[in-house]
Design a protein around this ligand. Structure first.
Ligand code: SF4
Length: 213
């Protein structure tokens, strides 16, 4: 049998979130499944108005099989709270559905997925976008930003404003909550958290405005 090179080979006929999630468990569209515990598919309501897309599951997400349940997820939860957005109303997912890591002692250190792995996983993200059809789409961090909006987007220059995208009527880019965690300086951390909250508010506000018509 020839080696599969994309998630497209594993997409099911049915396109409900439940069917997609089930099918994604068996995805072998790139090499990343080999060292991961399980597929971490997106989570949230099918009718979510807002979809947030991160890079890939982390260590805790890999073990639990749910997105944004580790330390970065806690930062995101705090930011969502501050922006007065209910997490349960949001669809959360990642550009890549398996945890990519390398060992360091007993720890598993995150590794950024390669462009080829992001491309291989893209059919799942496209299927989620099709199923949820969000009004607002927010990429968290550079990897998700590039996956959704192209290689030229940069968090530094493109966050804090709405982006044109065929993927959703309202689109934007902000930093990944794990970028907040990496900051050691208290003030820098506060500032980064405030940035995340500000961008979440902006997206949610633009979605509400659009919905109001
Ligand atoms: S990372 Fe994506 S394409 Fe690769 S095996 Fe996992 S689900 Fe499939």
């Amino acid at each position: 049998m020839s080696e599969k090179t994309s998630a497209a080979d594993f997409l099911p006929d049915g396109r409900s979130l439940r069917t997609l999630r089930q099918a994604a468990l068996d995805c072998r569209g790139c090499e990343l499944w080999k060292d991961a515990t399980q597929t971490v598919f997106g989570a949230g309501p099918r009718k979510a108005k807002l979809m947030l897309v991160g890079e890939q599951p982390g260590d805790k997400e890999d073990l639990e099989g749910e997105p944004f349940v580790g330390p970065a997820g806690r930062v995101l939860d705090q930011a969502l709270d501050a922006a007065e957005i209910a997490r349960d109303d949001v669809y959360l997912t990642n550009a890549v559905k398996h945890f990519k890591w390398r060992p360091q002692g007993k720890r598993r250190l995150h590794q950024t997925p390669r462009a080829g792995e992001i491309t291989a996983c893209r059919p799942w993200l496209d299927a989620e976008l099709e199923a949820v059809h969000p009004v607002g789409l927010l990429a968290l961090g550079a990897t998700a930003g590039k996956a959704l909006f192209g290689a030229k987007v940069r968090v530094g220059k493109d966050r804090g404003r709405l982006l044109e995208s065929p993927l959703a009527p309202v689109a934007g880019l902000t930093l990944h909550p794990s970028a907040v965690l990496r900051l050691r300086d208290h003030d820098e951390r506060e500032e980064a958290t405030a940035t995340l909250v500000e961008d979440l508010r902006m997206l949610a506000g633009a979605v509400a405005e659009r919905e109001a018509g």
